[in-house]
Design a protein around this ligand. Sequence first.
Ligand SMILES: *Cc1c(COP(=O)(O)O)cnc(C)c1O
Length: 377
Amino acid sequence: MSAAKRLVDRLQPYLREAPPYAAVQPPEELARRLGLPVERIVKLDANENPYGPSPKALAALGSGRAYHVYPDPEQRRVRAAFARYVGYDIDWIAAGAGSDELIDLLIRLFAGPGEAILNFLPTFSFYPFLAGVLGARALDVPRRDDYSLDIEAAVTAAPRARIVFAVSPNNPTGTLLTRPELDALLDTGLPVVVDEAYAEFAGESYVDLVRQRPNLVVLRTLSKWAGLAGLRLGYMVADPALVEVVLRVKQPYSINAAAEAAALASFDDLALLRQRVQAIVQERGRMAKLLSDIPGVDVTPSRANFLLCRLEGVEARSVHERLLERGVMVRYFDTPLLRNHVRISVGRPDQTDILVAALREVLTELPAKAVRKVRSS
Ligand SMILES: *Cc1c(COP(=O)(O)O)cnc(C)c1O
């Protein structure tokens, strides 16, 4: 038996067997495969901001004055900037290396090994993935056909869970959590995390409610509206007693100096960033119309920067593959609750035009044999 084999045998079994997270792949890989320059790839698979960071953030990154010293473990400057942005005092804010880091901390703080998080499918698949890696598990409550929450089922499942994750607008459906749904979740008494990664595109938020409901945690991120996904910066708004613990147990230096510089500069450039959000919201409407005009494409109305589309009579996986061959990246789903769906991020108008033309081509090309299967079942 090799030494490597023995090492693997010593791993915690639940981690040795853990399924991977379906993370997005870098566009350079696809560009290489197709023999295209990476600028020609139309990347609409990860809800990133097609306009990139603000010019002020780029300038701040270039100055790089503080990169040789450790960042502030108490995150004072970024927390102050986030606090001002959402209208809270700094002691209600903790920052993380992406909201991903905060999701990790929240699961670990509330759901121990063998305990459960509650989530509402279809939703962000990062929660069950992380729960698994942390030795916890996910209790899945399916949404109704219109993607609203099945509150009865949620309330019934709540006693078996330790923390609730609800996304608004939800990824990948683009639908909002309603106030009665949120109230019902909060009334279970469990910690309720509302992940508002896309709130800026919806123009609606529950952040003001955190003051009144001590079991509400709102998560935000700079990855989407501020165009900083590559720098990993998110934050949570929560009761100061929880914030204090999060700040105590987190990785001390997880907010790196570059992310801090870019975030502070972004809040100095809010007018421009808000214009870009507006452009994306407007483009969302135009893209929804163009996609709905394609026969066999059913678009879910969205409040986020992406559109979920059901494809009739073709396999989403084949559509995804053929779009890739044309340099267009989208996300596809083929799960029991999302059969033959694609999620397409809203990009710039020129990207929309390429996507729509490519999708029309692909749908004409693909045999429609699955139509019969869908209709007879
Ligand atoms: C994109 C996204 C995030 C952002 O995660 P970061 O770690 O901040 O980049 C969080 N939640 C949901 C539901 C998302 O779709």
